[in-house]
Write a protein that binds this ligand. Structure first.
Ligand SMILES: NC(=[NH2+])NCCC[C@H](N)C(=O)O
Length: 406
């Protein structure tokens, strides 16, 4: 039984509703100088990227999934005058403007915009040249930042909607991001949670809050069943964050076990879902280059922090947690090390299940897709030449809101 709108009790149940963000002007504000800081490796061509993203959305819609967009939900919210004021205020607080006077001027400027324009600034940022003559007299901060092009930074990673939040059961975790480049994204989700009828705050429990100290990012969280969650301990997700979230889930939800999976802390695999995703009831795809390096721990409810049991392998941990006689770990890359590494970089293991045994992947990962098919998986390919440049695939680009129960 569920009262709220949200319900995700697996990685593979038929996908019925998903939250996306269609890439926008924020991508055109990437320049070589800020690529690294904004967590990109290259600059995508926006027009083509939007085309690819629309195709991605269509594949989901064609399978009976309702697609929601951050930008639409936010715009609806801030049509309410008092929410708009709160939102603008929080937007400024979360943008590290570092000058009270400038904050006031930007606030006044934003109040003259339409809700659509405000959302555009919130996501794509505010370039100084778009709000000229804001400052009459320079403070030290303004002098020092003269060369910097933005008052409010763009959020080019928002199209990876997987990361700022995650639905577990009928509740929502609003994550604490590891890097400043992505911090403001979580504030949007908080607004949707607080003010959008869809999320119905009094009914939807909240499992994590972006104001917590310890980072958790959604790319690390895999809802394996209605009682088991896997969480990657990674470059982005902290061990302490996993403990706090797990203990809360044990106490307040139907989750009984958490598999904490330690992966190497490195850019190429910033989240667990960049090397490992679930494709069917008992099938997973995994990047062979890290398989032997993964360490799995089984967490169960403890007094204040969870009890921990180190497991011999990920495979054994999955079998035990999911009560299965066997599980298949399908290696990406078709048996060739170089191919596997190249395709992993392009998100071959970052699959998004539309239903059990049916996944979306990028068409460029030919060997990995072929391998999945050989294992009986239906692979629906999408074009990802531009989308991939942010280092994320179909799973990263989607936040499931509802999946059918298995
Ligand atoms: N769930 C994921 N694997 N997300 C990928 C996010 C990529 C993004 N550029 C970042 O570094 O944050």
């Amino acid at each position: 039984m569920r009262d709220g709108f949200l319900n995700v009790t697996s990685e593979i149940g038929d996908l019925r509703a998903v939250l996306l963000h269609r890439p926008g002007r924020e991508l055109e504000r990437l320049t070589p100088d800020y690529l690294h800081e904004l967590l990109f490796d290259d600059i995508p061509w926006l027009k083509r990227m939007q085309w690819e993203h629309d195709e991605f959305a269509k594949v989901m819609e064609d399978r009976g999934c309702r697609v929601y967009y951050y930008e639409d939900l936010l715009e609806e919210l801030i049509k309410v005058e008092h929410v708009k004021k709160l939102f603008i205020n929080d937007l400024i607080k979360n943008s590290h403007i570092d000058s009270t006077e400038l904050e006031v001027l930007i606030e006044e400027f934003l109040l003259t915009l339409t809700p659509k324009e405000i959302v555009e600034v919130a996501i794509a940022g505010l370039e100084k040249k778009d709000a000229p003559n804001l400052i009459e007299e320079y403070n030290l901060v303004d002098y020092i930042r003269q060369e910097y092009p933005f008052y409010i930074n763009p959020l080019p990673n928002l199209y990876f909607t997987r990361d700022p939040g995650v639905v577990i059961g009928n509740g929502l975790a609003i994550n604490k991001m590891k890097t400043p480049a992505r911090n403001r994204e979580t504030m949007f989700l908080e607004y949707i949670y607080q003010h959008h009828p869809l999320f119905k705050k009094p009914i939807t429990p909240q499992w994590y809050d972006y104001k917590e100290t310890y980072s958790i990012e959604g790319g690390d969280v895999l809802v394996l069943s209605d009682s088991v969650v896997a969480i990657g301990c990674s470059e982005r997700t902290s061990a302490r964050g996993i403990e706090i979230l797990s203990q809360r889930l044990f106490k307040e939800s139907s989750i009984k076990k958490v598999l904490a999976v330690q992966i190497p802390f490195t850019r190429a695999y910033m989240h667990l879902d960049t090397v490992f995703t679930m494709v069917d009831h008992d099938k997973f795809t995994i990047y062979p280059g890290v398989e032997d390096l993964l360490q799995a721990y089984e967490l169960t409810e403890g007094k204040t922090t969870p009890r921990v049991k180190p497991m011999v392998s990920l495979k054994e941990a999955l079998k035990a947690a999911l009560n299965l006689p066997n599980v298949q770990l399908i290696q990406s890359g078709g048996g060739d090390d170089i191919t596997a590494a190249r395709e992993q970089w392009n998100d071959s293991t970052n699959t998004l299940a539309l239903s059990p045994g049916s996944v979306i992947t990028y068409n460029r990962n030919e060997a990995s897709n072929e391998t999945l098919r050989k294992h009986g998986i239906e692979v629906i390919e999408i074009e990802g030449s531009e989308l991939v440049r942010g280092r994320g695939g179909p799973r990263c680009m989607s936040m499931p809101l509802i999946r059918e129960e298995l």
